[in-house]
Design a protein. Structure first.
Length: 468
């Protein structure tokens, strides 16, 4: 596999010729894969499904590995995304750290396979997405699926008896019997509000989908050639998403969603579309303010205090006192204790499922943010390779966003906003040890598929011209 160089003349960013493979315009595995990533939680609303929860949760990851096997069943000689080589190096570091004396063998192997499933889309998604039309369709699928979960989350606040899952996570309640009560607060009318789980079985689970709904709602509303009806619908769903997000009281994701609007406005300015940039910023700010008023009217003083405290103390100060403490601990203590990793399988769900309880000399280590997880798994080398992979992914998306035109530029702008939003929440949780990592790499590679297809078509056209 080779990573293609980024074109400097913009030729490969031109729209694909009309003779592109017609089957790529049809619905296929890429669409089904993303629908599974966002809608798997629907199965958890079936009564009695908790006995099979582990299998339901494994489906999004297993499907990623299955797609890797399917698309690589025969070689094509085509290049891959520039992030791929760094991700392969990261996987190699994980494999080497299986030899660490404090690695939990079963949990370590499970963690390596788990991480392979998360990064796999960067290898196969470029083969699944070959046209700008398909890429645009994937973005609408992400938005529609997230909006559905956000809407369900909002309905769970208004009609809990009808829309809350019949059973909350059995594993979560086993680990913390007070899980649901600890994530419940009293609303404006004195009613108890469980932080909406959305299409999941965990209180507050609607937060990620709500964040994506807000971010993509504004971006898609300001795509070129969007009708007034579609634009209004996108902004309305963005308001629903932001309100549901505020009701989950997950402040880090709330800030990320609001910041995504500013990122989109800056990209529009960079693209020379100042009017669209200012308009999106104004509408985004109005949506955030309106959603806050709506959420406080439902959530009451406890919700208001959650966010006014953030404003009173300052975002930076609040971060230092809360999540910043984990970052400081990682940099000041864990980095010197485990410069080359602490052994694989000592944190996260892989340890919960497969950890060796008899290994008293290698106890589990609690992880709250992604940098800590990477440090424990591979130390400084893993920080370097993962950092390079993320940088390569962002750089590629940025170049397409500023050099392409038409729908490819619009899609690149949306994906870059999502990439930066997902990257920001790495400091609030181990995002790349969840489905968020799959979604990040899937969208990153999906953007690169049409570029590779255009590159291949240009090469073929030049060959035919030379032969003629």
């Amino acid at each position: 596999m080779r990573a293609p160089s980024l074109p400097t003349d913009g030729a490969a960013f031109a729209p694909a010729p009309e003779w592109s493979a017609p089957e790529d315009e049809q619905w296929g595995w890429a669409e089904a894969f993303l629908l599974l990533q966002f809608l798997w939680g629907v199965a958890l609303f079936v009564p009695g499904i908790q006995a099979y929860r582990a299998y339901v949760r494994a489906l999004p990851y297993v499907s990623s590995l299955a797609a890797l096997v399917y698309y690589y069943r025969r070689p094509t000689g085509e290049g891959v995304h520039a992030s791929a080589k760094w991700l392969m190096a990261s996987l190699g570091i994980l494999v080497l750290n299986l030899l660490h004396t404090t690695t939990h063998s079963a949990a370590g192997v499970a963690q390596v396979v788990f991480q392979l499933s998360i990064l796999a889309p960067v290898l196969w998604m470029t083969r699944a997405v070959r046209s700008e039309a398909k890429l645009t369709r994937l973005l609408w699928i992400v938005f529609a699926s997230s909006a559905l979960s956000s809407t369900v989350g909002l309905l769970q606040v208004y009609y809990p008896d009808q829309f809350l899952p019949p059973e909350f996570s059995a594993l979560g309640r086993e680990m913390n019997p007070d899980l649901v009560s600890s994530l419940t607060y009293r609303g404006a009318d004195g009613q108890e509000i469980i932080r909406p789980p959305g299409l999941s079985d965990l209180p507050g689970g609607a937060a990620v989908a709500a964040m994506l709904t807000m971010a993509l709602g504004v971006v898609l509303a300001f795509r070129q050639h969007t009708t007034v009806v579609v634009r209004a619908g996108c902004l309305a769903l963005a308001a629903v998403g932001m309100t549901a997000l505020l009701l989950t009281q997950v402040r880090s994701l709330t800030l990320a969603a609001a910041a995504s609007v500013g990122v989109f406005a800056l990209l529009r300015l960079r693209q020379g579309r100042a009017v669209a940039g200012v308009a999106s910023l104004a509408f985004g700010a109005a949506l955030v303010a309106g959603a806050y008023v709506w959420a406080v009217a439902v959530g009451g003083d406890s919700l208001a205090a959650r966010y006014t405290g953030l404003l009173d103390d300052g975002v930076v100060s609040t971060f230092k006192e809360e999540r910043g403490a984990f970052l400081t601990y990682t940099l000041s203590e864990l980095l010197f204790e485990y410069p080359f990793g602490a052994g694989i399988g000592r944190w996260g769900m892989m340890h919960v499922y497969f950890g060796d309880r008899a290994m008293w000399e290698a106890p589990p280590i609690h992880v709250e943010i992604q940098p800590t997880g990477w440090l424990l798994d591979g130390g400084l080398p893993l920080w370097i390779t993962m950092g390079a992979a993320l940088a390569a992914g962002l750089r590629a998306s940025y170049l397409v966003a500023v050099r392409a035109d038409g729908s490819l530029q619009e899609s690149a702008t949306a994906i870059l906003c999502l990439q930066l939003t997902l990257l920001a929440i790495c400091l609030s949780g181990p995002a790349f040890n969840t489905q968020l990592g799959i979604q990040f790499w899937a969208l990153t590679a999906a953007l690169w598929g049409p570029v590779l297809a255009a590159e291949a078509q240009l090469t073929a056209a030049e060959g035919r011209a030379a032969y003629a």
